[in-house]
Design a protein around this ligand. Structure first.
Ligand code: ATP
Length: 236
């Protein structure tokens, strides 16, 4: 297993946001985490990337216990998160933003090849490579955030709500790109409110409810699960 989370709990002060979550992501998989507003999806991502400390349980990555490791050291081990709400550097150009994604890498030929690949995936970013990140549209900033994460060539790509705020056509596009990236060998853990898209895309998925995993399984099976349909897919 690339990522193994066991019995993880997390507190915000006195509020317990996660109650003993266990989940795994295997090399080459797309795993989705779905759930309603406030279920704890973003909190789970924060725990994995190390932005918030966990109260108990463990996070193993590539066989190593990283539960207490600093966030930047997790990034160096190949964990990379494209944050919810974009988080691009507004004053830097598109190209500079993408180069920032690769700042820990020393293989300049590999970086150049990945830059080409990102521009192939997102032609819009190539057209706008000199434009300041802060002046891109919301959808373009979302693409830039995903592109920047790819530039770090992570072992595991963490995507928090990649479809947030995007028009329906762009949502289709971003999910198609995630699929393509995965087919090229990238392992992905994606948090999504858009349960239908997420379950169609993912090999496996977990359903989170008030800080607990209440169900897990093959993406396409959960898509046809009656309880999941009723609660998350808007059909009874
Ligand atoms: P959404 O889909 O709305 O983004 P989510 O599943 O990502 O929701 P989280 O953001 O993980 O949910 O929040 C889980 C719970 O923890 C919520 O009840 C939220 O109010 C609470 N919470 C999140 N961040 C904090 C914080 N910094 N301090 C206190 N409580 C918090």
């Amino acid at each position: 297993m690339l990522l193994e989370i066991e019995n993880m709990s997390l507190l915000y002060g006195r509020i317990q946001a996660l109650h003993g979550i266990s989940l795994t992501v295997d090399e080459g998989e797309i795993v989705a985490l779905i759930g309603a507003n406030g279920a704890g999806k973003t909190t789970t991502m924060r725990a994995i990337s190390g932005i918030r400390p966990i109260a108990s349980g463990s996070i193993r990555f590539g066989g190593e216990d990283i539960s207490k490791l600093r966030p930047d050291l997790r990034v160096r081990r190949g964990l990379c998160q494209a944050p919810e709400g974009r988080g691009v550097f507004p004053g830097m150009s598109v190209l500079e933003n993408l180069e920032m994604g690769a700042f820990t890498r020393r293989d300049s030929a590999g970086v150049a090849a990945d830059l080409d690949r990102v521009f192939q995936l997102f032609p819009r970013l190539l057209e706008r490579r000199k434009q300041p990140g802060g002046t891109l549209s919301g959808g373009e900033q979302q693409m830039l955030a995903v592109g920047r994460a790819l530039m770090s060539r992570p072992r595991l790509l963490l995507l928090d709500e990649p479809s947030m705020g995007l028009a329906p056509m762009l949502i289709q596009q971003i999910f198609a790109i995630i699929k393509e990236i995965n087919e090229q060998g990238m392992t992905v853990l994606v948090v999504e409110q858009n349960a239908h898209q997420a379950l169609s895309l993912a090999h496996r998925a977990y359903v989170l409810e008030t800080g607990r995993i209440v169900k897990s399984g093959i993406g396409s099976e959960l898509l046809h699960d009656e309880a999941v349909k009723e609660a998350y897919l808007g059909v009874a």
